[in-house]
Every structure is written in structure tokens, then in C-alpha cells.
Design a protein. Structure first.
Ligand code: SF4
Length: 441
């Protein structure tokens, strides 16, 4: 059954707005007590008093129950606007509602359909962040997700003269993202462990820990220890997102998870100095060493690229390095995804002038031509690369908002000039191919 058939024959039969993510999937930022069903609806606050007596309310919030009730009536929850916009493009449009529901058995979808909207359901897939502790301050991140970013703003003040939407992400320390001190008791973290111990470890298919840098959080190690000490009690797949940077103890991770099936996800989209410029705090040779250590120990590494305006000069070289690892360790052991950065929009690849976009598009198209026929690439890797090539195509994806572009160019210039001063970097030295355009902004 293809995606459209799944939507028409399975989902729409349950209700024209049904999405299983509302029942079975969540991202929960335990540091702040915010949650959402998938990455699209705005996050909302969990009631901290209620979760102390019923930890399942970490996921089963009043907001999500209202949304479920609307879906069961065939109405569209406003927070899911991302999907409705896509579906309104035409009767054959397939939104994320399909992809986020397809991953569950059809019986589970019927079970959700037949469960009263105000019931507390058990999650099947969950992404959690314990806190925002992170030794990196990547250019496209912000203080809500990194304590090093917080320190930048505390030391140097807000970024100034930014004009485009989202500028406020760089102007304050986002204290609401971490209202509890690292050593203070946090009701959301306590509720998570209570729920985990009571029944979540039995029902959850996949648990992904993200951050900040999760391997710098004592709570992550507590959870890893639980898995090690309770082998056989849970069939939950554990996945960890790590930047594999300085202060991440890969050998402790290997020791602690010996014999366990843990998936390691790591972010990278460029190589060498260019990668270190974008992901401030990164030591690229150390990152390679850490990936190598994981692969040598028989682990699988998933590389997640966040494709932005700066990474395109060296992205094909990163893909070559990943292919080398695939050749050495096997296709299944190293995977990559190419995720297109849309926010902050002034760092998107769409801010580049046409001739640079076209040049980068051609480089990637050549890379794909050279590698497409080989079995070491997964279908999704070919599709992601082709999707990026199409995205960079000036004809297929023209600059979407000519009115916004002067603001985006202003912010690109203003942001990286201040970033250079604060971080001791020099844009023109790292990105000679972009220098002429950058100087003209
Ligand atoms: S309908 Fe779309 S936006 Fe809403 S939860 Fe499902 S996938 Fe996410």
C-alpha cells in the first residue's frame, strides 16, 4: 500500500483528520516540562502538580486530549496546521500525518480510534531531553538548547541589529527552558522515571534521548544503567543523539552499553574547519575518532546533517567520508539523513545567491551520479540527496519571499560578524567561496 492509499484507505476511514502521533508519539523537554506530539505543533506546558500523582500526564495533557477529541470528530486541531496546509494543496497530497501514523500496526490505530479521547494512553515512541547542558554552541542552535549558548549571551549580551522572524532566539538566555537547577529536584524528571519504572519500559517501542548533549547529563547515565541492570525487562529500543565532541566519554558509553542494542545518532554536515565553524565547540578529528571507535566496537552510527548555507562547500566531502566508512564497515553500519534547515531562516541555503546555489547543486548532482549505482547507499540516502538537489534548484525552489530577502541578508551579515567576534573566528578565512558575496552584503 503506498502512502496515498494508506491515507485514503486506513487513516481517512478512521476520521479525515486522524493522526496516530497524537496518541502514541511525543517529544518531552523534561528540563522545562514542555511537550508536543511531533515537531510541528507548538509545544505546551505539562501541569507539574498533576504529574507527581499521575506521571502518564507527562504525555496525556489536556491539550492533547482536546486535540484527540477533535480528530475523532473529524475536525482539525489548529496546532497541526503544518499538515492541513499540505493536505489543502490537493486531494492527493500526503502530509506527515501519514508518515507519523504508518509506523504503528493498524490494530494500534483502531485501538486509538476506539479509546475515549480523555483516556491516558501509553506512548509507543518518545523523544526526551533531560536538560540543555551542552558544550557546543552551533550557529543554528540557540540558548534554549545549549548552556554554552546561554554563556555567550550572558557574557556578550544579545545579538543586535537582527530583523527577520526568530531574531529573539539570539537576544536572551531562554531561562524558561531550564527553570530548575541541574542539582535541584525537577518534578518532570522525577515523573518520567516514575512512569518509566511503573509501565513505560514495557510499552515503549523506541526511546530517543536528545539534549543539549545527553551524555553530559547524569539522568542519561542513570537510564543507561537501568537498561544495563535490567536486561530482558524491556524491549524498548534505545537511541542516543550525541555530538561526540570533547567531554563526551565514548569509551564509558561503550562499556556501559556492552551487549545492548543502542543506536547512536550524531550531527554533522561539513568537514574540518568549516564544520568546526558551524558547530562551535566541535573538534572534527576527535569526532572522527569517536565515530571510528563506535564502528570498531560494532556499533551503528547514524549521521544527521542539518543542511544550511555554510555546509554546502564541504558537504560532498563529508558524504565521501561516510561512504568510506560504509565500504569498510558495511552499508547498515553507517547511515545518513540530509535534513534541510529552514530555521533560523537567515541561515537557510535559500539565502545564497543563484550562482552559488547552482554551483553547489551541480556538485551534489555530480556526487549522486558518481555514487547512485552502488549498493552501499540506502534508498532513503539517495532520496534525501535528490531532495536536496531539487531544493537547491533555483528554478524549482525560487527565493520564496523576495520581500523578506533583504532582512535575511542583513541578519546573515549581522549575525556572523558578531559570531566571529564572540567566538574568535573569521568567516572569510573559513569560507573563501562565499567571501565575495558575504563582503557585498
Ligand atoms: S497531524 Fe501532522 S502536525 Fe499533527 S501530530 Fe500528526 S503529523 Fe504532527
Amino acid at each position: 500500500m503506498n502512502d496515498l492509499e494508506f491515507r485514503q484507505q486506513v487513516l481517512d476511514e478512521l476520521s479525515p483528520s486522524f493522526c496516530a502521533a497524537k496518541w502514541y508519539n511525543a517529544t518531552i523537554w523534561l528540563g522545562s516540562g514542555m511537550t508536543t506530539s511531533c515537531h510541528h505543533p507548538p509545544a505546551h506546558l505539562v501541569d507539574k502538580d498533576k504529574v507527581t500523582t499521575n506521571p502518564r500526564l507527562l504525555h496525556n495533557t489536556d491539550q492533547k486530549k482536546q486535540d484527540r477529541a477533535q480528530m475523532l470528530r473529524g475536525e482539525r486541531p489548529a496546532g497541526c496546521e503544518y499538515c492541513w496546509k499540505i493536505e489543502d494543496m490537493g486531494v492527493n497530497a500526503v502530509s506527515d500525518r501519514v508518515y507519523k501514523s504508518k509506523i504503528y500496526p493498524i490494530e494500534a490505530l483502531h485501538e486509538a480510534r476506539n479509546t475515549p479521547a480523555d483516556s491516558d494512553v501509553n506512548l509507543r515512541t518518545l523523544e526526551i531531553a533531560f536538560d540543555r547542558t551542552c558544550q557546543f554552541a552551533c550557529s543554528y542552535c540557540n540558548p534554549a538548547f545549549s548552556t554554552t549558548w546561554v554563556n555567550d549571551i550572558r557574557r556578550n549580551g544579545p545579538y543586535q541589529y537582527l530583523e527577520s522572524d526568530g531574531r529573539n532566539h539570539f537576544t536572551h538566555t531562554h531561562d524558561s527552558a531550564q527553570p530548575y537547577g541541574i542539582r535541584e529536584s525537577n518534578p518532570y524528571v522525577d515523573a518520567f522515571f516514575a512512569w518509566w519504572e511503573s509501565d513505560l519500559h514495557r510499552t515503549l517501542q523506541e526511546l530517543r534521548i536528545t539534549g543539549g548533549e545527553p551524555l553530559m547529563s547524569a539522568h542519561t547515565w542513570r537510564l543507561i544503567d537501568w537498561f544495563r541492570d535490567n536486561q530482558g525487562r524491556s524491549s524498548t529500543r534505545l537511541a542516543i543523539n550525541s555530538n561526540l565532541g570533547p567531554q563526551v566519554d565514548v569509551y564509558r558509553l561503550l562499556d556501559s552499553t556492552e551487549g545492548m542494542d543502542v543506536e547512536i545518532y550524531t550531527s554533522m554536515e561539513a568537514v574540518g574547519k568549516q564544520a568546526e565553524y558551524i558547530r562551535d565547540g566541535l573538534d572534527y578529528p576527535l569526532w572522527r575518532q569517536n565515530v571510528q571507535a563506535l564502528l570498531d566496537a560494532g556499533r551503528t552510527v547514524h549521521c544527521m546533517a542539518t543542511v544550511n548555507a555554510l555546509c554546502l562547500t564541504t558537504l560532498p566531502r563529508l558524504l565521501n567520508e561516510l561512504v568510506e566508512w560504509k565500504r569498510t564497515y558495511g552499508r547498515e553500519r553507517v547511515n545518513f539523513t540530509l535534513n534541510i534547515l529552514r530555521f533560523p531562516s537567515f541561515q537557510s541555503a535559500l539565502v545564497l545567491p543563484d550562482q552559488l546555489r547552482e554551483q553547489f547543486r551541480r556538485d551534489l548532482a555530480q556526487w549522486l551520479t558518481d555514487h547512485r549505482g552502488y549498493s552501499y547507499l540506502h534508498e532513503h540516502e539517495i532520496n534525501h540527496t535528490q531532495r536536496l538537489i531539487d531544493y537547491l534548484d533555483v528554478v524549482k525552489t525560487p527565493h520564496s519571499d523576495a520581500f523578506e530577502m533583504p532582512k535575511l541578508h542583513n541578519d546573515f551579515r549581522q549575525f556572523y560578524r558578531q559570531y566571529d567576534q564572540r567566538r574568535g573566528k573569521n568567516f572569510a578565512e573559513y569560507f573563501p567561496k562565499l567571501k565575495e558575496w558575504y563582503d557585498s552584503l
